[in-house]
Ligand binder design. Structure first.
Ligand code: BGC
Length: 284
């Protein structure tokens, strides 16, 4: 997500999990439309990507059959939510639609061009001891969402993940929620079926709150993150809302967190939650 300050995380000095330093790009030089003759971006593609796992493109992707940029290319979705992206006039590789990042290559992202993620935001109303919705100073109800602790950076986050080839986005959301949130919950075997039923039911009625580019620290001039974020709200509290997650228990790694403007979360997740709060007319 961009807002007024394009590429904040995507220009952070050190590239994540590396000792690669980005070429510094001043605020006004982010857009490609602004000339920047001194620009000498650093090339970086991580070893894990060069080893070419199933989720990654070939490094020499232009050698041989040229990929169908801006199209669904076989099993791979190379379309951007931001419209048509252009190719770098010299390298003929996709060009970041927002602008410069100080790095060329793919960093630790698998795809040249857009890398698609999906973020399920599962919410309920916070209740007081009598089971009535708790209100803030303005009389607004407080919403809570299911948050997981990410293993890679220890930050609290929405249980999102990458869209696999040929996968429908709502399916990715259901799968990631299952893998990341439900699997880390301690539930007795006999409860599992009931839980799966409530989750399936809830995931039938999602509301999209964001679709587009994400200002992610892994972005480069040639590869970037995009996501679709959807809200699944258990309005009457009869299903998922009843899952008991141990608040603040690090060992568990999953908890209900209040939507609040001071929350600190991974990547652009706070922006998505603000949109959920607006949509639910909840406290923020
Ligand atoms: C995460 C998503 C996040 C996206 C963009 C993905 O790796 O799983 O939750 O929105 O990156 O930052």
């Amino acid at each position: 997500m961009q807002g007024e300050h394009p590429h904040i995380k995507a220009r952070s000095e050190m590239y994540p999990r590396s000792n690669v330093r980005r070429f510094p790009v001043p605020d006004d030089k982010v857009p490609w439309s602004v000339p920047f003759p001194e620009y000498q971006p650093v090339y970086y593609t991580s070893k894990s990507v060069l080893d070419q796992p199933a989720w990654a493109d070939r490094e020499d992707i232009l050698n041989g059959r040229v990929p169908e940029w801006n199209k669904v290319d076989g099993a791979i979705n190379r379309c951007s939510h931001m419209g048509i992206y252009t190719l770098d006039p010299e390298t003929k590789l996709p060009r970041n639609p927002i602008g410069r990042t100080g790095i060329i290559g793919r960093g630790c992202l698998g795809r040249w061009g857009p890398n698609h993620a999906a973020d399920p935001i599962v919410t309920r109303w916070k209740l007081d001891e009598q089971g009535k919705p708790e209100l803030d100073e303005e009389g607004k109800k407080i919403a809570q969402f299911i948050s997981i602790k990410r293993g890679d950076c220890n930050e609290w986050a929405i249980p999102g993940g990458m869209v696999d080839a040929e996968e429908v986005i709502t399916y990715t959301m259901r799968r990631e929620f299952g893998e990341e949130a439900l699997n880390s919950m301690e539930v007795p075997e006999c409860e599992k079926e009931k839980i799966a039923y409530s989750v399936d039911k809830l995931f039938k009625n999602g509301v999209e709150v964001y679709r587009g580019y994400v200002d992610d620290p892994r972005n480069t001039d040639n590869a970037w993150m995009e996501t679709v974020a959807m809200n699944f709200h258990d309005a009457d509290g009869s299903g998922v809302a009843q899952f008991k997650l141990t608040a603040g228990d690090d060992a568990v790694g999953v908890q209900w967190l209040d939507l609040h403007h001071e929350i600190s979360l991974y990547a652009s997740h706070k922006d998505f939650l603000k949109k959920v709060a607006d949509h639910l007319k909840a406290s923020w």
